[in-house]
Write a protein that binds this ligand. Structure first.
Ligand code: GLU
Length: 421
């Protein structure tokens, strides 16, 4: 199969990881392309009026990896780095993530190549609505369900839902998840990813016999995932000694006040300007000694250049794809020192609660917050135990184990359904 459209380092990563798992599972060569390559990919151009009167066109994408288990599911990313290779890789990772959690979905991802922070609120609304309008032939509550990702938020999801609904002539809440409560969202979705990360870190600490109130953590990224993770870890007694975003990095061994950092970001939109004394370089922060290191920003930050230098006991991957395959090989050599919570396990809380939101929207029956988090933690607990048991039994890394479980689920569904026609 000629797959030249999916080029780039992030897609290569997803491909390499899959090849390793496929070798481990002994998947026949002729079944590999069918499991790996996306079923559908769509590119759209989204023209909008800028505030100065000019018309500007933005490139948008959506990739649906496989439709074997039900609709596809995944976020929409607004970032300057977005290209089809990155979106395809993220869609593939969503598939393994959903399968590991036992959700009835294939993976998808979409995005627009744009810096959303350079748009005015009106321009952002116009672009969000135009993107959804262009996607109408491609998505649907039983085909492909969108959600937030980097650079998008609840408001953007509300515009997506409204635009889709206006075209259908009725309110269709279940077309996207991660919506505000007032637009059919679920309790707990906003905090779901970060609280899930903190739950799994808590389990990993227990597993290693480290008390949470004696542990320290460094969190890279202070968007929805990073900030809620830091806050939830602090609530569990963990001392947050470092945080960063794309504007600043801070390190203070005595501990940072997460609520204060959140207030600052709420007001200024970034971490820059918090304190001059605790400033540190972003790359140095990643290799400072701590119990828990949480990359919660972008792909490919733990690399062959720093994997041998990170000094944590637990690497909790809040972001998608933060660790390169070369770094993975180094971390595997350090298995006794570093306990990896791989992305498709660690950050699955978001899509799990998205699934709850979709179910509630379809049933028009809404749950209490405790029900949301009880069910979330039960699924995470099962995935955590399955992953570490399989890794131990087959002497493989946690990432390989988590992916093997996910790939097996998709493989079994494809085998049972057969090949059409
Ligand atoms: N964008 C999030 C992720 O990467 C959430 C996806 C969803 O809720 O569908 O997992």
């Amino acid at each position: 199969m000629n797959t030249a459209i999916y080029s780039g380092p992030v897609f290569e990563m997803a491909k390499q990881q899959f090849a390793q798992v496929a070798d481990h599972l002994d998947i026949r060569e002729m079944d590999r392309d069918r499991l790996l390559y996306p079923k559908r990919a769509m590119a759209v151009s989204c023209p909008i009026h800028r505030d100065d009167g000019r018309i500007e066109v933005y490139q948008g994408y959506r990739v649906q990896h496989h439709l074997t288990l039900g609709p596809t599911k995944g976020g929409t990313r607004f970032a300057p780095s977005v290209d089809i290779g990155e979106i395809a890789a993220l869609a593939i990772w969503m598939s393994w993530k959903c399968a590991l959690a036992g959700l009835p979905y294939g993976g998808a991802k979409g995005g627009i190549t744009v810096d959303p922070y350079k748009l005015s609120p009106r321009e952002l609304e116009a672009l969000s609505r135009r993107h959804m309008q262009e996607m109408i032939p491609f998505v649907g509550p039983h085909t492909d369900v969108m959600a937030p990702d980097m650079g998008t938020n609840e408001q953007v999801m509300a515009w997506f839902m409204d635009t889709y609904s206006m075209y259908q002539g009725q309110t269709i809440n279940e077309i996207v998840t991660g919506k505000p409560i007032s637009a059919g969202g679920t309790l707990g979705r906003r905090e779901a990813t970060g609280r899930g990360v903190a739950y799994l870190v808590g389990r990993a600490l227990e597993h290693l016999g480290i008390r949470a109130d004696r542990a320290t953590a460094i969190v890279q990224g202070f968007g929805n995932v990073g900030s809620v993770t830091a806050y939830s870890l602090a609530k569990r007694g963990v001392r947050i000694i470092g945080v960063s975003d794309h504007t600043a990095a801070y390190y203070d061994p005595a501990g940072l006040d997460v609520a204060e950092l959140q207030r600052h970001v709420g007001k200024h939109g970034q971490l820059a300007g918090v304190s001059a004394e605790s400033l540190i370089s972003a790359s140095e922060l990643l290799v400072r000694k701590c119990d828990v290191l949480v990359p919660a920003a972008i792909e490919r930050v733990i690399t062959s250049g720093n994997a041998s230098k990170v000094k944590c006991r637990i690497l909790a991957e809040g972001a998608n794809g933060p660790t390169t395959p070369e770094a993975d090989a180094i971390l595997y050599q350090r298995t006794d020192e570093i306990f990896v919570l791989p992305d498709i396990l660690c950050n699955a809380g978001g899509v799990i609660v998205s699934y709850f939101e979709w179910v509630q929207d379809l049933q028009r029956l809404f749950w209490e917050e405790t029900e949301v988090f009880d069910r979330l933690y039960r699924i995470l607990e099962r995935s955590f135990q399955q992953t570490i048991a399989r890794a131990k039994h087959e002497r493989i890394s946690h990432r390989m184990a988590a992916m093997a479980i996910g790939v097996n689920v998709v493989q079994a569904a494809k085998r049972t359904r057969g090949l059409f026609p």
